[in-house]
Design a protein around this ligand. Structure first.
Ligand code: AKG
Length: 220
């Protein structure tokens, strides 16, 4: 947001969980948004996700590298049009590596330094979309999850590894913010209880919110 009295600070939210405000500049956000628009097109484009229990996720999703569905990974959109998942671009994998370095700074992630980011989940929130508390537990790698936000601000709820309930912390994620969670927090429950409509940067040209999470699958 323009006109902030004090710059927002990089903050350790929980052990291994770091919020880096304004990590992506306006130019980088615009490039990512253009890429998301291309990825969202069919085949293997943006889809509505249904859970085995009959639930429907209000945030729509598109995947790169490997296709996530509740609750596993596949090479094709097994719960959609059946098309092969789009590839994970090398530049996006590199952005994941840079994000981890930015978040952890002088204390590099010890989980798997050679791990390459090979999966992206892109979530699109419009209207009243939100995401319930869940863990990212289908990966076989302990490498940190990298989360990038574009567009409208959201309340990101970051909890504990034992349950969906308290203790948790609510963090405001704005366009360009980075959030990385690894180490002791890699399997923490997290979710998005609220998106604040109309709060994104006007120049970006996005109505709603996009979140890009980068993960290391370790799935061979
Ligand atoms: O939209 C977000 O910030 C969170 C997304 C998320 O939790 C996920 O993709 O697993």
């Amino acid at each position: 947001m323009d006109g902030e009295l004090f710059p927002r600070e990089r903050t350790l939210i929980a052990p291994g969980a770091v919020h880096v405000p304004d990590w992506l500049g306006a130019g980088r956000q615009g490039e990512l948004l253009a890429a998301c628009r291309a990825w969202a097109r069919p085949p293997a484009g943006l889809r509505t996700v249904r859970t085995p229990g009959g639930g429907v996720m209000t945030a729509r999703q598109v995947c790169l590298g490997l296709h996530w569905y509740p609750y596993g990974y596949a090479r094709t959109v097994v719960d959609g049009d059946g098309a092969p998942v789009k590839p994970m671009p090398a530049w996006l994998a590199e952005l994941g590596r840079e994000a981890v370095a930015a978040a952890y700074g002088d204390a590099p992630d010890p989980s798997d330094p050679a791990a390459a980011y090979d999966i992206a989940l892109i979530n699109f929130y419009d209207g009243d979309s939100r995401m319930g508390m869940h863990r990212d537990a289908e990966e076989k790698s302990a490498a940190p999850v990298v989360s990038l936000s574009l567009g409208d601000t959201c309340v990101f709820r970051f909890g504990n590894t034992a349950s969906r309930g308290r203790p948790y912390r609510d963090v405001e994620l704005r366009s360009g913010d980075l959030f990385v969670f690894g180490g002791a927090s890699r399997l923490a429950y997290h979710g998005v209880p609220k998106v604040l409509p109309g709060t994104g940067p006007r120049d970006l040209g996005l109505t709603g919110r996009l979140n890009i999470t980068l993960r290391v699958g370790g799935l061979g």
